[in-house]
Ligand binder design. Structure first.
Ligand code: SF4
Length: 632
């Protein structure tokens, strides 16, 4: 069931109030390059974009939106355009007379962020709100007069000093930032408004949207439509996984009227990912399972069984059920490389913790950190009961006469008469084939009266890589974000999987299916911040302000830093918004002028206007000086 929201009109497009979830993207061309922007917009529209956003950093770009719009209309494209505004009310007031929607960021529409902590008295605070009212009201009146819609789009990374001083860098601060602007717009009886609460951290983003819905309902007894997105999600699989977890978790609960998947790729490649996400919710199900209103992360309390549960990071189970044989070299795909010369295993950071072999007993010695799960009857024959643990099918556990004294895995279909298990050695492997699988599993976990650890088991029957990534990310990520899950067990049928994704990537050519599943498992844990096993990249999707080739630079930085486990590196296209939007990154690589890069450590500038030819090396030097570097 979708959340009821008010209806908003953007040109001829209706949004909210149960209209289909609209998909949108943003151009990356220079807004002054009319032809390039028109042509890129057309590629996005042809791919299925229902709204196209274009940056308008200053008055001249805002004015050029007219040329872009006219050319698009001349070529027969009536898709509504959105002007993206930061810092420049003058540009917003021009754009609002031209395009169908303007997006403002309450963190920088009136305030210039100085990263200062200022103590605000109530009177100071009210004075600031009055200042905002004076500066923002003219735009509201223009939008009202011209029938232009508006998005009040808060970004986690660019909250004003005022909000930061009172609420900190929190989901509640994000909500209040938007609510201040929303109240002003409402006081002018202007309601053609969409809101967003973006963050590069899906946990923060999901909590902020839930809080915003609660706040709007409490204060106005109504909800304005919501635009969902994870900012600076990055590229490739990681970008898709982060976006799917953030956006999908909310769509699962009926929250969201329009989505944008921000990838550091050409914008037309975002649209198929949006469509894959949205189609899961059409037609909308009428099933009424409880939704989640968790607005603060707290991990479910569970017993510790071996290395599962309690405060242990969630474990990864590699599924080798279908493998005909398993040899030492098979384990390379899941992070273990056997060196015959030294007779030693090299273990990667993203190495699975368990391997499920179904009915197979292995004829070689396993690495010390890898244990085996096998079917109960096979386990009875297993030679080493400290390495092998049984998997029972539902009630088989209750009827069994022999069990592991340490750890027993029990496979449970939560929708099919799940057995009541009350045994301190039981690890519950939960799955569902129900139409609403994630809410069914969540509901089951919420009703558990025991503290047995839970492994989230998800199977995908999707036929493309992007659909599988989305399926795995939502079904497991939504639970992990809410603190549920002590492990993850992903399965697919590789024979059904087409080799290419919509953006033309041929993932399986280079990596086998076990590696794909293993990487996906670790990426989901990383995106939900439940287990950090690799470097984290926060890269902006680029836009007309971008000062260097973001895709190429991101790839270059990745290739030299991808062994720095846990380090967060932001790669941002411009100095205007980049520093504010890189949120909680440890280091920042930010375009500060043509051919110039400014390097940041946290929020502090460390090296200004470095020549871009040597900037990556300077970043490495900075990582070394900061003790964040290790040799690969
Ligand atoms: S940070 Fe990136 S996407 Fe954001 S305004 Fe700058 S260049 Fe554009």
């Amino acid at each position: 069931m979708r959340l009821k929201t008010l209806e908003v009109k953007i040109g001829d497009l209706l949004l909210g109030n149960f209209h289909p979830i609209r998909v949108q993207t943003m151009t990356t061309t220079d807004t002054m390059d009319t032809l390039a922007t028109v042509e890129q917009s057309i590629r996005c529209i042809e791919a299925g974009a229902e709204l196209v956003r274009i940056t308008a950093p200053s008055k001249k770009e805002a004015e050029n939106l007219l040329n872009i719009k006219n050319e698009l209309r001349r070529r027969g494209y009536n898709t509504p355009l959105v002007a993206d505004i930061h810092f420049t009310p003058n540009a917003a007031e021009i754009a609002a007379r031209i395009v169908e929607k303007v997006r403002v960021n309450p963190g920088n529409y009136v305030d210039k962020k100085k990263f200062e902590f200022i103590e605000y008295t109530d009177a100071d605070y009210l004075e600031e709100i009055e200042r905002i009212r004076e500066r923002f009201t003219p735009l509201v009146r223009i939008c009202k007069e011209y029938g232009t819609a508006m998005r009040i789009g808060t970004n986690h990374g660019s909250l004003s000093d005022r909000i930061m001083s009172r609420y900190g860098d929190t989901p509640m601060g994000m909500v209040e930032s938007a609510m201040e602007f929303l109240r002003i717009a409402r006081s002018e009886s202007y309601h053609n408004i969409v809101l967003s609460m973006k963050s590069s951290n899906p946990q923060v983003m999901v909590q902020a949207y839930r809080l915003l819905v609660q706040s709007m309902q409490q204060e106005f007894n109504a909800c304005y439509p919501l635009h969902l997105g994870v900012t600076e999600a990055g590229d490739g699989e990681d970008g898709r996984i982060k976006s799917a977890i953030g956006i999908g978790t909310l769509l699962e609960d009926g929250i969201g009227d329009t989505i944008r998947v921000s990838l550091t790729e050409d914008p037309e490649f975002e649209i198929p990912v949006c469509k894959d996400l949205v189609k899961r919710y059409e037609p909308t199900s009428n099933l009424q399972l409880p939704t989640s209103n968790i607005t603060e992360y707290r991990r479910r309390t569970t017993n510790i069984i071996s290395n599962i549960g309690g405060k242990n990071v969630p474990v990864v189970v590699a599924d080798f059920m279908e493998a005909k044989t398993i040899t030492p070299s098979s384990l390379q795909a899941i992070g273990y490389t056997y060196d015959e010369l030294t007779d030693k295993w090299n273990i990667a950071d993203a190495a699975a913790d368990y391997i499920y072999t179904a009915n197979k007993i292995l004829d070689f010695s396993l690495p010390g950190t890898l244990k085996v799960i096998c079917n109960y009857n096979t386990w009875l024959q297993a030679p080493d009961k400290e390495k092998y643990y049984p998997l029972f099918q539902g009630t088989e556990f209750l009827q069994s006469t022999q069990r592991s004294p340490v750890m027993n895995f029990i496979s449970i279909d939560v929708n099919n008469h799940p057995p009541a298990i009350n045994d301190p050695t039981a690890v519950l492997c939960l799955w569902s084939t129900h139409e609403q699988a994630m809410p069914s599993v969540r509901n089951y976990i919420n009703q558990l009266s025991t503290q047995n650890p839970v492994i989230i088991a998800v199977e995908s029957h999707d036929t493309t890589i992007d659909e599988q990534l989305i399926h795995f990310s939502i079904e497991s990520g939504a639970l992990l974000l809410d603190g549920m899950g002590d492990g993850i067990w992903l399965m697919n049928d590789p024979s059904k999987l087409q080799n290419t994704s919509v953006s033309g990537r041929t993932y399986l050519e280079a990596k086998n299916n076990h590696q794909f599943i293993n990487n996906t498992s670790f990426s989901i844990l990383q995106a939900t911040r439940t287990r950090i096993s690799k470097t984290e990249y926060i890269s902006c999707p680029s836009c007309g302000r971008t000062l260097f080739d973001l895709q190429e630079t991101t790839a270059k930085i990745r290739s030299v830093t991808n062994h720095l486990k846990g380090v967060k590196i932001a790669i941002m296209g411009c100095i205007v918004n980049g520093p504010g939007e890189m949120a909680d990154a440890d280091f920042g690589y930010v375009g500060s002028g043509p051919g110039k890069i400014t390097l940041y450590k946290g929020k502090d500038v460390v090296k200004r206007n470095v020549d871009s030819a040597i900037a990556v090396q300077e970043l490495i030097n900075l990582l070394k000086e900061s003790d964040a570097w290790v040799e690969s």
